[in-house]
Write a protein that binds this ligand. Sequence first.
Ligand code: FMN
Length: 193
Amino acid sequence: MILEAIVTTENDDGSTNIAPMGPRIEQGFHEFILRPFATSQTCQNLLRIREGVMHVTDDVGLIAQFAVHGNSNELGDWYADLRPARTVRGMYLASACRTYEFRVLSIDDLQDRVTLHCEVVDQLQLREFWGFNRAKHAVIEAAIAATRIGILSDDEIRQEFSRAAIIVGKTGGEQEHSALQFLQSYWQEKRSC
Ligand SMILES: Cc1cc2nc3c(=O)[nH]c(=O)nc-3n(C[C@H](O)[C@H](O)[C@H](O)COP(=O)(O)O)c2cc1C
């Protein structure tokens, strides 16, 4: 099954890269497969240092933000949230529900999406997962659409955002409203460029 997670990795200059990624979870969270695009910073970092931290979170503000702005030089409030990982090189996000520190066991880079087989080497339970909420899921879909601006048509993105706005309006809290607003502003900004 694919988990919608956040992965932190260390950049060349020692800063932290944060990006939503969808690992395929294998064997009860002992191993997983990451499939980052070769062009992503996450992929470049993992090919170089071969370790990182995968997070389970219910914070869709975090997912929205880092779907479109990944580097810790632009982190804002989330920067204060970073702590040194216990076993691997890099940092983890202390506001996550759970963290999985991992090492890359094998790499298949023959396609646009690189396949990285990863082994969990340490884990932390930080807080409970909030629970299912339709608005959180809708924001995740909108964040995925935002990463596909220029690939999806304007109409497809508008439809995704309109669907999300209805669900967030009915079932969301402050975090979901501001995450969706952030993604909508990002889209408007991109369209006017
Ligand atoms: C929920 C979610 C899941 C994602 N999963 C992946 C993935 O598995 N592989 C990938 O390359 N990009 C994925 N993305 C898109 C990346 O997060 C996005 O391209 C990001 O800008 C990459 O950041 P980076 O270049 O800092 O690594 C996902 C985005 C979202 C919102």
